[in-house]
Design a protein around this ligand. Structure first.
Ligand code: SF4
Length: 324
């Protein structure tokens, strides 16, 4: 029998980022859109679900690179044959062309999760077209990232490593990061944290490497928290000792530069504390923390208009639609 889906308070790096960026957008994403996968859902819920699944050129480029790399590594592990760069770039081109068509033809109306819906199309003013130079820049960015992936040295190292020493390849997983203390009338809550390690492996010396592919700029504080979260996951679920963990961001649009992040007991405890405090702040906003129910009005709109300019929720946000 299928397990019934329930909307629970959980934590992830992206959820915490949205909570910090705009609480109203956070409400739309994690509460308003809940249940909108059902075509019979109320109109506003379905609309919010469509907007939740919208992407934009920068995000789309990044997710395309991640998807192609994931498929390539899965194939490499299974066959010991790594697809070459032209093959990866051709796969990326096909994926981008398919997504572009889905977006232009509004195929997302039928399947908002699986079909690409581009911000640049959805919010285009009458007759407005995406400039050809933006399309070319996106393709170049994706192609360059894949070239860096092929040349960054990790693939060459993997050729010498048996598949048994490979770890996860971009698989969504969860673990319990700690206990949220009782709050108002809500009891203690074991905090489930979601994470998806882009790639991990154990090297010849027994070090467990956790790798995050990046197609944007390096934000060290944010990446430190993200990688610390993955380290907690590895320690909690696979019993990897802390001293054996190595954390690395690979910047694919910066030539495949590898940026390492040190971790020790102190930084790990600080990350855990940050996660629990962030989740407590989320729970404090709830109308009913036991049932995880939220009231839109208690989630403030950001005053940073630069955030609103790229926000998928423009269509429903009272802040964005205010004229005077
Ligand atoms: S339009 Fe601005 S205020 Fe409204 S949800 Fe988006 S980011 Fe928040």
């Amino acid at each position: 029998m299928a397990r019934e889906l329930t909307n629970d308070l959980t934590w992830s790096v992206s959820r915490a980022r949205l909570f910090r960026t705009c609480q109203r957008a956070y409400f739309f994403q994690y509460y308003g859109a809940w249940g909108g996968w059902d075509v019979q859902a109320p109109e506003q819920t379905r609309l919010l679900y469509i907007l939740k699944n919208m992407t934009s050129f920068p995000l789309w480029g990044g997710s395309t690179v991640h998807d192609i790399i994931k498929d390539a590594l899965v194939e490499f592990r299974a066959t010991r044959q790594m697809p070459d760069l032209p093959t990866l770039q051709a796969a990326a081109r096909n994926r981008l062309n398919a997504g572009w068509k889905q977006s232009r033809q509004k195929e997302w109306l039928q399947d908002p999760k699986k079909c690409t819906n581009l911000f640049e199309h959805y919010y285009a003013q009458d007759g407005e077209q995406v400039p050809p130079e933006e399309i070319a820049a996106l393709r170049t960015k994706v192609f360059d990232a894949l070239e860096s992936f092929c040349n960054c040295g990790i693939l060459q190292m993997l050729e010498t490593l048996p598949p048994t020493q490979w770890g996860s390849i971009d698989t969504l997983s969860s673990f319990i990061a700690g206990i949220l203390p009782a709050q108002d009338n809500a009891p203690e809550l074991p905090l489930k944290v979601w994470c998806a390690l882009d790639f991990s492996y154990v090297d010849q010396e027994g070090f467990y490497h956790i790798i995050d592919w990046k197609t944007g700029a390096e934000h060290r504080d944010e990446l430190r928290l993200q990688l610390a979260c993955y380290a907690l996951f590895a320690m909690e679920t696979m019993r990897v000792p802390l001293e054996k963990i190595r954390l690395e961001g690979v910047f694919l649009n910066d030539g495949g530069r590898i940026s390492t992040y040190d971790i020790n007991n102190e930084t790990l405890l600080a990350a855990k504390d940050q996660i629990l405090k962030s989740a407590q702040a989320m729970r404090a906003k709830l109308q009913d923390p036991v049932a995880n129910l939220a009231d839109e009005e208690t989630f403030a709109c950001t005053s940073d208009t630069s955030v609103c300019a790229r926000c998928p929720y423009q269509k429903v946000c009272p802040n964005f639609n205010q004229q005077f």
